[in-house]
Ligand binder design. Structure first.
Ligand code: S3P
Length: 471
């Protein structure tokens, strides 16, 4: 099936949209409530395949999770969860989780397939390390190439036993001891894996990181009754410290309404900023300070984005964002800021291409080991439109051309990004093509569904036309 979206006749985007649930918070709410004692109800705007992988795995480990999804998501959810799903007329997904308790997971009869989801696999390393059974984590071809030494090495220091440093990875449940870990990278996946293992350790675990990575794990575990602290050290590093559960202590199950994901909002913030005459309202966005970097960088570039309806939902700051077309200028982005918008760097580079002047982003080494080498992919994507880009191991520099409207892609340029299977690169490419040419062919919708099954619907809600034809 070939799908092409095109700008409305007015040439501008207008209206309001709801983007999918914050993926990081959904993973955690499913895992942590599965390990809690009691029942929890988690309601979620649309979710993608990555979150369904976490639900599937917790079910394989014996946790009862009832899944109700809107009709539009029914097919994807049934395929991912092997059938056991209710679809309804609601606009949200409802997950009813019957927690198994901290020691209540059951040995799985099959490998645990994390699909494309690095967060599922890395956090599960921490969950499985302290069980009393063996299990094997696996994933798709992209996940099998990604590094796991970053979690297996610190967890092994606690006594965990792994078969290697790549998927498929066998985990032999073991008794775990205390750990004081200095992480060379600011990674919420690494930090969370260690903290989760720490729940069952025989002493305090602490993780020091060079910048504060997203702190949903700390917030949610604290709400579930865990003694967990975060503090800024005089050195500028951040320290998270967790006390293990006491004998007989269980995590408290919590009901949650999960807000939407700023990394998904980012595609529409940038599309509206760069499309003349646009105004778009994106509702209910998680605005946790460890996640709001894209907003701050875009504002520094000159973006007009208004924040309204500020509130707290499930322990997280939540806002509505209204964006309008704006002229942008190039800026410098430092490594600390990159941590707070690590998944949004590809779409930020699209904004940088449309800005006046150069944008330099430092501290992007982690982007080279995501679902693809995102630095290489974004370079290839922008070069296709004649934008000058250069990069090193830790930085990228984009020479903005001032405005993208009317730029045509060179036919001969390599299109390796189109086959990379990386959802964030494919959505950034769709926005870039739409802004430059007025239309975009959406290649590999299945990959986009990893995180954003209603990506095309959102464009339609903003007035775009969608044409679907057989190839
Ligand atoms: C995530 C952390 C980030 C991010 C990923 C989700 C999480 O990875 O890129 O999409 O939910 O913990 P790192 O913290 O390893 O950079």
């Amino acid at each position: 099936m070939k799908r092409v979206i095109s700008l409305p006749a007015s040439g501008s985007l207008s209206g309001e949209i709801v983007v999918p649930a914050d993926k990081s918070i959904v993973h955690r709410s499913v895992m942590f409530n599965s390990l809690a004692k009691g029942n929890a109800r988690v309601s979620v705007p649309i979710l993608g395949r990555d979150n369904l992988a976490t639900i599937r795995i917790m079910r394989q480990l014996g946790v009862g999770i009832d899944v109700q999804v809107p009709q539009a998501l029914g097919e994807i959810a049934s395929a991912e969860l092997a059938g056991d799903v209710t679809s309804s007329d609601t606009h949200e997904c409802v997950l009813k989780i019957s927690g198994a308790g901290i020691a209540g997971l059951k040995p799985p009869t099959d490998n645990l397939d994390c699909g494309n989801s690095g967060t599922t696999a890395r956090l599960m390393c921490g969950v499985l390390a302290g069980t009393d059974f063996s299990s094997t984590l696996d994933g798709d071809a992209s996940l099998r190439k990604r590094p796991f030494g970053r979690v297996t090495l610190p967890l092994s220091k606690m006594g965990a036993k792994f078969s290697g440093e790549r998927l498929p990875l066998s985990v032999e449940g073991s008794e775990l001891s205390a750990l004081d870990y200095v992480s060379p990278i600011a990674s919420a996946q690494v930090k969370s894996a260690i903290l989760l293992a720490g729940l069952r350790a025989n002493g305090t675990v602490s993780v020091r990181e060079p910048f504060l990575s997203r702190d949903h794990t700390e917030r949610m575990l604290r709400a579930m009754g865990v003694d967990i602290k975060q503090r800024l050290l005089p050195s500028g590093e951040w320290l998270s410290t967790l006390e293990p559960l006491k004998p007989g202590q269980e995590l408290r199950a919590i009901d949650l309404k999960v807000p939407s994901d700023i990394s998904q909002a980012g595609f529409f913030l940038v599309a509206a900023l760069l499309t003349p005459g646009s105004q778009v309202l994106i509702k209910n966005i998680c605005f946790n300070p460890t996640r709001s970097g894209l907003f701050h960088v875009l504002r520094r570039m000159g973006a007009v984005i208004e924040v309204s309806h500020e509130r707290v939902l499930g322990g997280e700051d939540v806002v509505d964002l209204t964006v309008e077309t704006s002229a942008l200028r190039g800026v410098n982005v430092d490594p600390g800021e990159v941590v707070s918008c690590v998944d949004e760097i590809p779409i930020l580079c699209v904004a940088a291409a449309a800005a006046k002047g150069t944008t330099r982003i430092d501290g992007i080494g982690e982007l080279r080991v995501k679902e693809s080498d995102r630095v290489a992919m974004i370079e290839s994507l922008l070069r296709r439109f004649g934008v000058k880009v250069s990069s090193g191991i830790q930085h990228i520099e984009v020479d903005g051309v001032g405005a993208l409207t009317g730029l045509q892609p060179s036919a001969s340029a390599e299109q390796d990004w189109a086959h990379c299977g990386d959802h964030r690169i494919l959505m950034s490419a769709a926005v870039l093509n739409l802004v430059c040419c007025g239309e975009a062919e959406v290649v590999d919708l299945a990959a986009i569904e990893t995180s954003f099954p209603n990506f095309l619907d959102c464009f339609q809600e903003l007035g775009c036309e969608l044409q679907s034809t057989e190839d």
